[in-house]
Design a protein around this ligand. Structure first.
Ligand SMILES: O=C(O)CCC(=O)C(=O)O
Ligand SMILES: [Fe+2]
Length: 332
């Protein structure tokens, strides 16, 4: 049975006791114009440099001019929102605590980490393998989420190619495996913040894949950038997508890039939807440190692991460590 899971969570008390108001740093999260990747080689090289700098300093960036139409993005948010508005009986068909189900709906009450969210999680790539398992209601769900998923998968391929080239790996590194790789969608639904509630919708964690590409209907995502340890709110720039690094890119890059700790805060102005698309290799494929990035001066820092290993790790992760912590080679 195919697997469907949660991210690798990391919610130590230290993180949780941080002040809830993010710092108002003058340095905004980098915004990358992805259209410039397709220009002349010199321009492409500059964009790749900007992306890798953002990955190193922030662990995340936003992308604009990525080629996904506003109507496809809006359609996906609408389909997600309509799903969560369905009556309980339509959603509960997908309710399961079994993280290996191909489609899974759940609410905070059953998940020790989400404080105030319901979510629907399922696979999306290749679409023809998965779409048959997706909800049939709302009737536009499969079409709208399917169109969005295909476009996001395309953007993820461009981003991985740029990031891996920026690390000095050859063009198209892992391309075939990424094309057939896993795309895992988490559609999240958060209530509007009311002053009696805890403001945290989803506790701090990192995602297990290479990259997460996230679309939010309104602000609420906060990140802990690598360059300074304080929460930063990610603005919801119209048309932009947020991108961050997951645990498996930390492994593949042999620690040159680090996965990003992030959380979701409830929005006081309105209920909020986000769609996270997590990209990795296929479920049984082990992710190892790229051998080109390992040498006498840069010993291999992590053990290889697959998505299945991640699923096996989850039940034992009672202290909510990042998955990647469990992969570190002692003494390396
Ligand atoms: O809702 C958000 O902004 C974050 C969602 C998230 O981190 C996840 O689904 O893994
Ligand atoms: Fe996440």
């Amino acid at each position: 049975m195919p697997a469907c899971s949660s991210p690798s969570y990391m919610a130590s008390q230290a993180w949780l006791s941080q002040a809830l108001s993010p710092s108002q740093s003058s340095h905004a999260v980098p915004v990358i114009n992805l259209g410039r990747l397709k220009k002349d080689p010199a321009t492409r090289a500059l964009v790749i440099q900007d992306i890798v700098r953002a990955c190193r300093e922030w662990g995340c960036f936003q992308v604009v001019n990525h080629g996904i139409s506003k109507s496809i993005m809006k359609g996906a948010l609408e389909a997600a929102s309509e799903f969560f508005e369905l009556s309980a009986e339509h959603k509960e068909v997908f309710t399961s605590t079994d993280i290996r189900q191909p489609v899974r709906y759940d609410t905070s009450s059953r998940d020790g980490i989400s404080r105030a969210r319901s979510f629907l999680k399922h696979y999306a790539n290749p679409l023809e393998d998965w779409v048959q398992f997706w909800p049939m209601y709302p009737p536009t769900y499969r079409k709208k989420i399917g169109e969005y998923a295909v476009e996001i998968q395309r953007v993820s391929m461009q981003l991985m190619d740029a990031i891996l080239q920026g690390l000095g790996l050859r063009p198209m590194y892992l391309q075939e495996k990424l094309e057939k790789g896993m795309q895992f969608l988490a559609l999240n639904n958060y209530p509007q913040f009311s002053h009696q509630d805890d403001r945290i919708g989803l506790a701090p964690h990192s995602d297990y894949g290479f990259l997460t590409i996230l679309l939010q209907s309104s602000p609420g995502l906060e990140v802990m950038p690598h360059k300074d340890n304080s929460w930063k709110a990610i603005p919801a720039i119209p048309g932009a997508l947020h991108v961050h690094i997951g645990d498996h890119l930390e492994v593949l890059s042999n620690g040159q890039l680090k996965s990003l700790v992030h959380r979701a805060i409830l929005n006081p102005a309105e209920a909020r939807i986000s769609i996270a698309s997590i990209h990795g290799l296929s479920m049984d494929e082990k992710v190892n440190c790229a051998k080109e990035l390992v040498d006498d001066h840069h010993p291999k820092l992590y053990r290889g692991s697959s998505f299945h290993d991640f699923l096996d790790f989850l039940p034992s992760n009672i202290e909510y460590k990042r998955f990647v912590e469990s992969l570190k080679i002692d003494g390396a």
